[in-house]
Write a protein that binds this ligand. Structure first.
Ligand code: KG4
Ligand code: ZN
Length: 366
């Protein structure tokens, strides 16, 4: 039961983050000693989405500042760390190279072990860092690039129960915001606009709900939104009420899909783990910051006899505390990497599950 202190570094998308976490891998929760996140929203806003080259350069400029700040807030020196963990994938290759290079330099300079982390594992284990959730548990990962239901069987053992066949929900939120001119990032903007809107005014499709299995599809929702918006625009200017009703309808359809498919996964999890009296559904990823998503999942979990564990909002979106904790768990199990650690733009958590046909331009992201 040795406590470890681990520095985490995250730069896989558009957050430059560093954090120090202390804890015992087998006795979570952990303690976040610092959690520095520099987001790049201002740099990408003009383009309506993340520009990979701009992101990579911004990471390279800010990573050392984030690490120095994380150590300063934690009141620790590099010498006092047990290991340095870094996101090695999946994500944008330029950002991953910046982060992995920074971590390698620190590891050589301070003579500390290096641990490469799958970004999705960081999200997956956040419920252990924050709430000390025990293995096994069910995880819904909903972000800008992913939508997966995973049975987290034990440390490092993931079984994928379902995934999206096309877009991720965060992507659908971002595209909705872009179509309606609500700004970037789209998720929080759509959520704000949906407040006070009537979710029943427009009829949005509920894809795949009648189908067996736990897969999702969000591309139809995005198309439906575009068609409805075009129709409204053909009739005259789209007013505030129209926008609010569209956002509310779109959000409600997303929440229903997430809740109902998670319900199917909860039934499967129960069947395969009959010995567990108090099963947990943990939710992670940026879309888990959405209050309507959280309350929909809360109700679904309750009706299936599960407890929902949702991390605080700041730990739903990308951060380095989750990378430090995942690194701490890996390091405690004896996993370290040498300087051949290579960034992996695509890196599924469950390497045994088949890639989904049609997902992404170059095959399954995860
Ligand atoms: O986990 P994350 O920070 O990065 C990825 O690994 O993708 O998730 C970012 C995604 C974006 O698509 C963003 O629009 C979405 O999460 N998001 C939200 C909300 N906050 C962030 N979506 C819906 N409602 C929100 N409040
Ligand atoms: Zn993420």
């Amino acid at each position: 039961m040795t406590p470890f202190t681990v520095l985490g570094i995250e730069s896989s998308c558009d957050e430059t983050a560093a954090s120090v976490v202390r804890g015992v891998a087998d006795a979570p929760p952990g303690k976040i000693l610092s959690n520095i996140v520099y987001d790049q929203t201002d740099l990408h806003a003009a383009y309506g989405g993340v520009v990979p080259e701009i992101a990579a350069r911004a990471h390279a400029e800010k990573l050392d500042v984030a690490v120095a700040e994380a150590l300063r807030v934690a009141d620790l020196s590099l010498a006092e760390l047990d290991a340095i963990a870094v996101t090695a994938g999946p994500g944008l290759i330029g950002g991953l190279i910046s982060g992995v290079s920074c971590a390698k330099g620190l590891a050589i300079g301070a003579n500390k072990p290096l641990v490469g982390i799958n970004h999705l594992e960081g999200h997956a284990l956040t419920a252990r860092l924050t709430d000390g959730v025990a293995y096994p548990f069910l995880l819904l990962l909903v972000s800008g690039g992913h939508c997966q239901l995973l049975s987290v069987e034990a440390a490092g053992v993931y079984r994928r129960l379902g995934t999206t066949l096309d877009d991720a929900p965060g992507e659908a939120f971002d595209k909705t915001a872009k179509l309606m001119g609500l700004g970037f990032p789209g998720g929080p903007a759509v959520e704000r606009k949906a407040e006070g809107g009537d979710p029943a005014r427009f009829d949005f499709p509920r894809a795949l709900l009648g189908r067996k299995g736990c897969d999702f599809s969000f591309s139809g929702l995005k198309t439906a939104l575009r068609v409805k918006l075009d129709r409204l625009r053909a009739q005259g200017p789209v007013n505030e009420r129209d926008q609010a009703d569209l956002c509310a309808g779109f959000q409600a359809a997303c929440v229903e899909a997430l809740s109902r498919v998670s319900g199917k996964a909860m039934a499967l999890f129960r069947e395969s783990h009959p010995q567990i009296d108090d099963p947990v559904l943990a939710v992670a990823g940026g879309v888990a910051a959405n209050k309507t998503v959280r309350s929909g999942l809360e109700a679904a979990a309750r009706s299936h006899g599960f407890s929902l564990v949702a991390p605080p909002l700041a730990l739903c979106t990308d951060n380095a505390a989750m990378i430090a904790w995942a690194g701490l768990e890996r390091f405690a199990r004896g996993h370290t990497d040498d300087l051949s650690l290579a960034p992996r733009p695509r890196w599924p958590l469950d390497e045994t599950s088949k890639p989904v046909v049609g997902y992404g331009k170059r095959g399954a992201k995860a």
